[in-house]
Design a binder for this molecule. Sequence first.
Ligand code: HEM
Length: 210
Amino acid sequence: MLNKKNAYLLLVFVTVVLIVYSIYANFVHDPRATAFLSQKIDLRRALQVAVWLKVMHVHVAFACLAMIAGAINFSSIILKKYRKFHRLNGYLYVISVMIVDLTSGYMAPFATGGKISSMAFNLLNIIWMFFIIMAIVKIRKKQIDRHRKWMIRSYAFVFTNFSIHLLTTIFQKGFGLIYTESYTISIYFSIVLLLLVGEMVTRIPSKATG
Ligand code: HEM
């Protein structure tokens, strides 16, 4: 049975696995993103690979920080016993998300799949920023349950990269689409999927989460 504690432990486990994988894949296994960049065949703008790589590494590092900070703050123990830490860690999460968003803004115009992919990433940027702002507004008004719900909706988006790659593989291998098409479709599907997952988790009564 997936009770409150087990659900949280599962979230922590998935988060840790994804962080370790992201660091290994992007800093150790393929730090020059050779495989990913080889798919960018018909870009309208010239890509400065050295700059793109630096930005991408900052993007991944802060994405991992956002994943850790967010996962820690959903712990009910942290929330009940270490309020000050929860607040500081919350700001670490917000700053990390902003940096992921900013770096995403740089990379979006060069996205694999061209303009349609760029538009999806920009949409994602706006949605993510909106969720974070709502979470801050609600906690400033001391509306704890609403704050919690906006944070859940926001946290769902830390799984963006995982979702895009998983769906790309499904469309490519399962439906025989070419990589670029699969990737573009997956960005749009990921937005819908992560919105739905976030919304579903917010429906769980607050006593049953974290
Ligand atoms: C929080 C977890 C995230 C991680 C771990 C992550 C990781 C990565 C990595 C490793 C890349 C390089 C290409 C690849 O291998 O996929 C990348 C590219 C990119 N990411 Fe993220 N990302 C995350 C979230 C986001 C979010 C939420 C957005 C949008 C708001 C975003 C926007 C982008 C963009 C625009 C690119 C360039 C895509 C392209 O060139 O086609 N990422 N990300």
